[in-house]
Design a protein. Structure first.
Ligand code: UTP
Length: 297
């Protein structure tokens, strides 16, 4: 009989990092609240989780957390004013955000690393598989990236990380995998079985150019792995190190997802995402394109 694979019901959103690459904007607000056109980064991630079938959202917050909580909360005063002014379309947008999710918050008092942030969600996650979404990685994809990972998880019942090929000079900025391709749904260039992972290697020591980006589906044994590792690169408790520990006892898959990822936690990546998302908008695209064409270089 086939083993029952438990369903992923919860997504953890670590949002307690210091966002130093985006100072001074992140001095008093989390980078997850930076708006891409008119929506904060974290809302893109939350919508991706919901469109992937994951309804319960757990946000790990740090200092300056209140703007995230306020964003997903009901805003009586704003709703009342919009209602009185008859601004029904704006009212619908505002209400949709607080109606959207079941959200819970947990605090990471000190930014001790991504692995540490994920561990803070242990009690709320419990003994079940869960997703991790880093909302400064914004992904534009026909099938949401998290849904693509869940399809792999639901087939193999093992942890899955999102992979992307990066140019050699960018290798030291990522967790890089050593992985062997696996035939899946008739193709052999998307799914990999991971043999090893290294956080931020020098290009000459990197086992490949396949980088882990901010989407994961993890089985709950990851919590014990996080607990048993010490600080790694940059003195932080790294999720990549915990995955390497997990690999001793459990298989981990990597999926080279279909879609385009923007590193919106970086100034240039954020600008690219802003321009491309604005150009795709029905209400802004045409006039924004005209404006860009007319800029004197
Ligand atoms: P990053 O490394 O991109 O975030 O972490 P950072 O440390 O805030 O950014 P820089 O490099 O200083 O600009 C990836 C994700 O993990 C979260 C971040 O909020 C981001 O979503 N994170 C990171 C935590 O929640 N806690 C941490 O201790 C570290």
């Amino acid at each position: 009989m086939k083993k029952m694979i438990p369903k992923v019901r919860k997504a953890v959103f670590p949002a307690a990092g210091l966002g130093t690459r985006f100072l001074p904007a992140t001095k008093a607000q989390p980078k997850e609240m930076l708006p891409l056109v008119d929506k904060p980064l974290i809302q893109y991630g939350v919508e991706e989780a919901i469109h992937s079938g994951v309804q319960n959202i757990l946000i790990v917050t740090g200092r300056n957390k209140s703007s995230i909580e306020d964003h997903f909360d009901v805003s009586f005063e704003l709703e009342h004013t919009l209602e009185q002014k008859g601004k029904d379309d704006l009212l619908a947008i505002v209400r949709a955000i607080s109606d959207m999710i079941n959200v819970a918050y947990v605090r990471q008092k000190e930014a001790l690393g991504l692995g540490h942030a994920v561990l803070r969600a242990r009690e709320l996650v419990g003994n079940e598989p869960f997703a991790v979404v880093l909302s400064d990685d914004v992904i534009d994809a026909e099938t949401p990236c998290l849904r693509q990972l869940l399809d792999v998880y639901e087939f193999y019942g093992a942890s899955v990380v999102a992979l992307m090929e990066v140019p050699e000079e960018q290798v030291p900025a990522y967790g890089i995998v050593d992985a062997e391709p696996v035939e899946h749904h008739g193709t052999s260039d998307r799914l990999y079985r991971i043999r090893n992972l290294v956080e931020k290697p020098e290009p000459s020591k990197a086992p490949s150019r396949l980088a882990i980006i901010g989407r994961y589906v993890l089985t709950p044994e990851i919590f014990e792995s996080i607990e048993s590792i010490g600080p790694g690169a940059g003195g932080e408790i790294q999720l990549t190190d915990a995955l390497r520990h997990l690999l001793r006892n459990r298989p981990i898959y990597g999926y080279r997802f279909e879609g385009k990822r923007y590193d919106a936690g970086d100034k240039l990546g954020f600008l690219k995402a802003t321009v491309e998302f604005a150009l795709k908008r029905d209400d802004l695209g045409a006039s924004f394109r005209e404006y860009l064409k007319g800029i004197d270089p």
